[in-house]
Design a protein around this ligand. Structure first.
Ligand SMILES: *[C@@H]1O[C@H](CO)[C@@H](O)[C@H](O)[C@H]1NC(C)=O
Length: 315
């Protein structure tokens, strides 16, 4: 770029109309300098990196692109070396920038970008590190089992830092696909929202900046029991004789455990509090007979519906 030569017009413009010597003097000096500018091709700037190469982490067999951009006047030559080996021949050496494409990387290596002109040589090194996927966690253990939650612990087994863990779990009852808890940063975690009295399978995998490692060995556990969350179904009652009643039902849809028995409540007064109703316990059957009813009671104690039969919650 050729610098603009100041003119007398510029001098008038820059300095106030009342002539002041210092202004005029400096402008005249500028004029003098600008009248003989250095030719641009003589400006000399030693090489410097505009974009130095950056370190990369790749998985085994992966690829990486290393860029190196250098400026200067004259624009420097740019080449890549690894150790003492030059990666491109001298006569092909580009100026300004050199992009190195590495494929099927098996070993970590250092790559040095060299930028040079007759004003100097500069170097910048990038480390290309082959990094494996994390190892599977070990010692996956169920430390606590509740009706709807399970607490797991495990060991990392990875000397390198692990970003986080992914827990996968599924119910063994239905051949369902795994559900996932992502971005777990501890080696202990409670999974909630499980169904009571169901067998689940769990496994854990570690994630680093390369990706997800293989899963740990799976562990299984059955969540604990919980009171049934739905009533017995299709409750029916009929009189076998004037003093004996047969009551039948189907088990609840959500037993949440192993049914130990049922308790039948019956009354002649459906408006009474449940505590005032008569009780009849039975084992895990689907029918029972209640005898010793008076004729009057029997007439009025036909099964009133779902309230009639309750599961016995303890033996
Ligand atoms: C790359 O250079 C760094 C720093 O000098 C060194 O610690 C590392 O061992 C080198 N890596 C290889 C693969 O030579």
């Amino acid at each position: 770029m050729i610098e603009e030569v100041p003119t007398w017009n510029m001098v008038h413009h820059i300095c106030p109309s009342v002539p002041l010597m210092p202004c005029w003097l400096s402008v005249l000096l500028l004029f003098d300098y600008a009248a003989f500018p250095s030719p641009p091709d003589i400006r000399r700037v030693p090489p410097r990196f505009f974009i130095p190469p950056s370190n990369k982490e790749v998985k085994p067999g992966g690829s990486a692109v290393l860029s190196c951009v250098a400026t200067g006047a004259p624009v420097p030559y740019v080449k890549w070396m690894t150790g003492e080996i030059e990666l491109k021949k001298e006569e092909e050496m580009p100026v300004g920038r050199n992009i190195l494409h590495l494929t099927n990387i098996r070993e970590s290596a250092n790559y040095t970008c060299v930028a040079m002109s007759f004003l100097g040589t500069i170097k910048a090194t990038a480390q290309v590190t082959v990094k494996a996927l994390p190892k599977p966690p070990t010692s996956l253990t169920v430390t606590e089992t509740m009706a709807t939650s399970v607490t797991l612990t495990w060991d990392s087994e990875n000397p390198e830092p692990v970003f986080y863990y992914v827990i996968q779990y599924r119910s063994k009852a239905s051949d369902s696909s795994y559900r996932e808890v992502d971005r777990v940063t501890t080696t202990r975690y409670s999974i909630s929202g499980l169904s009571p009295y169901s067998v689940y399978e769990f496994r854990v995998m570690a994630v680093n900046n390369i990706g997800r490692g293989p899963p740990s060995d799976a562990v299984e556990t059955r969540t604990s029991e919980q009171a049934p969350s739905s009533p017995p179904l299709h409750v029916q009652a009929r009189m076998l004789s004037s003093s004996t009643m047969l009551v039948q039902w189907e088990p609840p849809e959500e037993p949440n455990g192993q049914i130990r028995g049922y308790r039948i409540y019956y009354t002649t007064d459906p408006d009474a509090q449940l505590i005032a109703w008569l009780k009849h316990n039975t084992d895990n059957n689907r029918l029972t007979t209640i005898s010793g009813l008076t004729a009057n009671v029997a007439l009025q104690s036909l099964c009133p519906g779902l309230h009639f039969c309750r599961r016995r919650t303890s033996i």
